[in-house]
Design a protein around this ligand. Sequence first.
Ligand code: 2RA
Length: 362
Amino acid sequence: RKYNIAILGATGAVGTRLIEQLEASTIPVNQLKLLASAKSAGKKLTFKDQEIIVEEATPESFDGIDLVLASGGGSVSHKFAPEAVKRGAVVVDNSSYWRMNDNVPLVVPEVNEADLQTHNGIIANPNCSTTQMVVALEPIRRAYGLSRVIVSTYQAASGAGQSAWEELVAQTTAHNAGEEMVANILPVKGAEKHYPLAYNLLPQIDVFEDDGYTHEEWKMIHETKKIMFGNKNSKSVKVTGTAVRVPVPVGHGETVYFETDPNTGATVKGIQKALSQAEGVILEDDPKTQLYPQPINAEGKRETFVGRVRPDLENDDSFHMWVVSDNLLKGAAWNTVQIAERLVALDLVRVPEGAANKFIAG
Ligand code: 2RA
């Protein structure tokens, strides 16, 4: 069987990587449609040496489509995902809009592929900073249990989009030339105040919630619980953290403190073994030779890199690790295409009867 595929948001930082990842994937593609906003319609992109003209997305764009890979932002997915499902297409959505919906599985194949079995037409791709963390935590949980996670993130500018990446580059150039740094995008589009990221750190990713956490921190807490423990409000694990934007173009870094179950006898060696044997993980951990993951080495790669595994010196059964991955690949485009590959392999590219009604408001 060959599939008619549509990429929604085809011209963005993630969208262009969705095309690349689809080209490199095992999915048999019959036809590829590239969809974007009216502003981007008319652009020409290539897929397998074939030039494709980007079209403006409309509900009718999804007629005859089997699989939609979406990365056009929450409002676009809110509007078009139900339209696509109504027309029999399965949607793998990279936006945050559907992630917490009880009718939508939130999936990282290495962690909870089984959740694909009960999809209703929309499958959500987790937030980039959540994805790399659960890829590293899951093999540890399976071997030693997991009761607590405290994460600090060091997130690349490209996580906030192509324009944020370009703003960082422009600020760096300006600063090096002794000129004023201009900030119009970071820490978050639409916020009242903007600050330079170059030569700086910004402890704000997305908007602030009333409890003082940012929406990015909220996502990491609830998405981790839903993916690893099946419930966005699970009490089986305590998760908290701080999300920080750093002047790196691509590649998120994360320091992760975690507590294992006391009666499982976790050790650094045992954790390193579990990580080195885990799907999608590459262990880079040898202080003697200064071996540890770095964003510049992870960029362009699909894997999640883990190092600096060491015990907490004052809490039993507790450890620290350093996790790095390309936020545009495993954090977005590759995980999305990987989900699509698994749907094809499991013959799950089909919309259950009446499923669309679960997403049509009112
Ligand atoms: C960010 N994780 O880094 C968010 C969305 N990609 O901005």
